[in-house]
Design a protein around this ligand. Structure first.
Ligand SMILES: CSC[C@@H](O)[C@@H](O)C(=O)COP(=O)(O)O
Length: 377
């Protein structure tokens, strides 16, 4: 997507030894590009959320495995295998919830394993193969998201057709950031919004601020503003009220992991929005690329839910009136805080899943129909 006229993805290769990312901790106030030169730096970037969002975490993990093949790769086969296994474990340990992380690591590992089957370690061949696979993971993420946009835009167009006054915008509510910043490009939940907006459909987005890290207020609002999509940031608790007032036509969120029966794990607070949408008979869609489906898992209750530090809840960060960054304490200093980063919305509360292959029922049958080639062990 474009930032002030320049086309960006969220992750790319600057040169053969440097991966570059947009350091999202500085948004919306500063646009900062960060160099990542080692697997350790990539682990830190994922863990400390310089980058975030399920799809992008998957791409970053794949590039992390590429970085593991550079300078530090040992020359003997046994040592190289051990080194890559350790790097994979390090990457896998950075964040537990988004399944794309595992997919990104495993895809590059599978390519490397094949090359390590021979008698010698051909470092150049390994590096080239890892780089190509990481690029493939990233390109695929972008193109899947673009297709999610096409599929989701049809839903928005249909809603618009049914509106009494055609000049009225379609009001979409979204939670957290599942836009292009959460993927290589386009996004999942926001991709239909971009596609529909680009086609001239009047559209307006209610942006949940998404405490405690405020990905909605800082990232989703920034993206939409850069693309010229009308939007309004709202307090997380406002959605139910807006739904009761008829001000929300559809809810679309992303997901960090969807089980094969269609339970969707997403940023904390999503479940409450789904309950409110159900009560108000408002369609609630989850948009996701197939890399976010965990076919090995059936019940959403099994999904590991990341718990983060209490300082994210206790403090808020932003610009002071003097234009300088500030971090301020919101709670009594001694009050403990809990910080569950995700929740699971059961499949029964979802209207459907928007994927790169189109709309699926949020059920095992629905997902299998769309992905018949998936064989379970
Ligand atoms: C595409 S990721 C799904 C999002 O809606 C959301 O849960 C998210 O942004 C991920 O969380 P984050 O903690 O920011 O990595």
């Amino acid at each position: 997507m474009r930032v002030d006229g320049t086309w960006f993805r969220t992750i790319w290769l600057k040169d053969e030894s440097t991966v570059q990312i947009i350091d999202q901790r500085h948004l919306p106030h500063d646009f900062v590009v960060e160099d990542i030169r080692s697997v350790e730096e990539m682990c830190m970037a994922i863990k400390d959320m310089h980058l975030r969002g399920a799809g992008l975490i998957g791409c970053a993990a794949a590039y992390g495995m590429y970085l593991a093949c550079l300078r530090s790769l040992p020359c003997t086969k046994a040592e190289a295998k051990e080194h890559l296994a350790i790097c994979a474990q390090r990457l896998l340990a950075t964040r537990p919830t988004a399944v794309n992380l595992r997919v990104g690591v495993e895809r590059v590992q599978a390519v490397l394993d094949k090359l390590l089957g021979g008698s010698e370690v051909d470092r150049e061949a390994l590096q080239l193969a890892a780089r190509e696979e990481a690029k493939k993971v990233t390109d695929e993420d972008a193109s899947f998201c673009e297709r999610i946009g096409e599929a989701g835009a049809k839903i928005l167009e249909e809603i618009h057709r049914k509106k009494a006054k055609l000049a009225e915008p379609v009001n979409v509510l979204t939670h957290c950031n599942a836009g292009w910043l959460a993927f290589a490009d386009w996004g999942s939940a926001l991709s239909p919004v971009y596609v529909a907006h680009n086609r001239g459909l009047p559209i307006h987005v209610w942006v949940d601020e998404t405490r405690p890290r405020n990905q909605g207020a800082s990232l989703t609002a920034w993206e939409l503003a850069k693309h010229g999509v009308p939007h309004t940031v709202i307090a997380d608790n406002a959605g139910g009220h807006l739904m009761r007032r008829g001000l929300v036509d559809v809810v679309i969120t992303g997901a960090d992991r969807v089980t094969r029966q269609g339970d969707a794990c997403n940023k904390i607070g999503t479940y409450l929005k789904a309950l409110a949408a159900k009560d108000n008979e408002i369609p609630f869609y989850v948009a996701l690329p197939s890399s976010t489906i965990d076919w090995q898992m059936k019940d959403g209750a099994e999904i590991p839910i990341e718990q983060r530090g209490d300082e994210e809840v206790k403090y808020a960060e932003g610009l002071g009136e003097d234009g300088k960054r500030r971090k301020v304490l919101l709670t009594p200093a001694a009050s403990p805080a809990g910080n569950w980063a995700f929740d699971v919305t059961p499949a029964r509360l979802l209207t459907g899943l928007i994927t790169e292959r189109g709309l699926a029922d949020s059920s095992e049958e629905g997902l299998r129909k769309l992905f018949p080639e998936v064989k379970l062990a």
